[in-house]
Design a protein around this ligand. Sequence first.
Ligand code: NAP
Length: 524
Amino acid sequence: MICIPIIAISHKEALRDIERSCLLADAIELRMDLIADGALPELISAVRRNSNTVRIIVTWRKKEEAAQTVESPEAGDQIKDQKDKKMAMLKQAIELGADYIDIELSEGNDAIEELKSHGAKMGSSTKIIISYHNFQRTPSLNRLKGIFNQCREFKPAVVKIVTFARKPEDNLPVLSLIPYARKHLQEIIALCMGDKGRISRVMAPLLGNFLNFATLEQGTQSAPGQLTASEMRQINKLVNGDKTSQKHQVLSRQESQPRNYILLGNPVGQSLSPLMHNTALCDLGIEGRYNAFCVYDLAAAIQGIRGMDVRGASVTIPFKSAVMEYLDDISADARNIGAVNTIINSNGRLTGVNTDWRGLLAALREAMTIKGKKFVIIGAGGTARSAAYGIIQEGGFPVIVNRTAEKGKLLAVKFNCPFYALDDIEKIEADCLINTTPVGMYPHVDKSPVDSASLAGYKYVMDVIYNPLETKLLKDARQRGCHVLPGLDMFVHQGAEQIKLWTGLDPNRALMKKTVKERLAEGE
Ligand code: NAP
């Protein structure tokens, strides 16, 4: 089993990570000591909504046994208060039907027994993991066996022993706990932390570790030395596909067959998505093709995805909203935006996701800090909604400007932001202007949604159009000394996020960008 710990610093971010983790993990650990304003009932229902198979572990790691900690917002919060909060949270997890709660051996007999009897009183099926963490070193094998036996006295479902490897040999006693535990018919999680402990993360699954921790992506480790979920999958595939978890057995089986992906839209003839996605899939060594389909009957196209083992689809104009009614699940982001541009097919169950907003944010982030900045968004369609949603998520302030006032006002009300008519655009002072209309798109390359004079005062100007590479709007902005952000970057990031969702692998974005850029340059 691959378990992704959710260590987001806020409830909102945790919800976002849960959604992505449910696609890759067999289990999710909710680190309630790190999710500052985490509301457990909502987090648990978010996991259940996203998957009915992913197991939930609820943990409130005590400071002394945590790699990462957060300071309590209440100054002077005493250790006893912390422990009371922790016990209340773990009891709530039991009441909410979490699959597992994790409590440290060092919390002592009384605390562990209290949780066990609360579970019994509630008639709960929540199981207990008794854990031991040593961030300094790896004790001797005899000492580790002693700790293991102390944990076992509480008859937990799982014993967890994690130590710090100072040298490669430290992995050996910890890994040998796994066959030792199996001989005693006890499930165990045994791992070493730190760079020198990485080998244990590769070996432990082969020996029968109960579960193996992995991160959603680089830089989000809850403990030093953790591998990403994609790396774990690649290792599992390389070393022994049969001993991996059920979800990954399915993935491994799938990997032996070509995987097909499609683009649904009308028209699709000019789309550069097939070129970009096929380049990325080939570079990742994935056998399969991405093809564009011009769709006249959306219901039939969706039936085709289910019936023909299509692993994923991109959705484009004019189906981004219409497609939602045909899907089994819709991510919270896509529901909020009101548009789906990506479908994930998990054994016939279709989930709709939106990667446009992620792509747009990734492109903006490369150029500027979004938090606290003001953004004029021209347009009130699907891309404008993605832009407004993403900017708000990141702490920025959108202002909507649109040709049709009613539509613009509706969007402004939805996201609680100001609306201006296109003629009043010069009255607004802002940091960045984003065009989300098709004005200026090939072949109408001499058009711009605003006069060049309206660009005075903007530090950044972004166009979501990527054909041509530099629109008239961006040419005008460049002449005025603005920093320009071409639509190609958003296009590449939204596409890369799709591939990540379909395959669990992060494609080579620079290669994707180069390929599309070269093709577009040929036409100029
Ligand atoms: P949409 O839902 O149809 O919305 C288009 C918006 O543009 C509407 O608000 C419309 O205003 C406005 N508009 C259209 N023609 C106009 C004109 N002549 N003058 C002023 N405003 C006009 O379209 P969308 O799905 O948001 O897509 C918009 C653009 O984004 C397309 O060019 C698409 O290719 C591009 N896009 C790029 C990426 C990327 O990765 N780079 C991703 C997604 C979309 P009214 O409300 O007045 O009709």
